[in-house]
Design a protein around this ligand. Structure first.
Ligand SMILES: [Zn+2]
Length: 121
């Protein structure tokens, strides 16, 4: 459906589901409740007939989730990307895609910087 045609970082995540209010309740109980990426995607995709149950595991661009080779433990570490890095994807078919900038502190090293995107026809 999508082809990666350019990738300046080479580290992304396909394992973790979008963060959600449950993520914040479990991992960040001292922070205000937040609907997270899942809530953002659910609202953005609803006008296209996509229900919350249809939202799959996300392609987490730039998210750094290494797997310990011995224990299999996952860790969420700060991204290795730096300002100006980008990934370019080519759609091979018509797609409905939701984008969300993650607000879970662990997925971005505790910083919340703007993420830019561009769609070219
Ligand atoms: Zn998130």
């Amino acid at each position: 459906m999508l082809e990666i045609v350019e990738d300046m970082v080479g580290r992304h995540d396909f394992l973790l589901t979008p963060c959600s209010v449950d993520t914040f309740d479990h991992f960040y109980p001292d922070l205000p409740r937040h609907r997270g990426c899942f809530g953002n995607l659910a609202e953005a995709l609803a006008p296209y007939g996509v229900t919350p149950a249809q939202i799959p595991t996300a392609f987490n661009c730039f998210m750094n989730v290494p797997i310990d080779g011995e224990t299999g433990e996952l860790k969420v570490l700060p991204p290795i990307s730096k300002a100006g890095d980008h990934i370019a994807l080519r759609a091979e078919m018509d797609l409905i895609i939701g984008l969300t900038a993650c607000s879970a502190p662990d997925s971005n090293g505790g910083t919340f910087k703007p993420i830019h995107y561009r769609i070219e026809a």
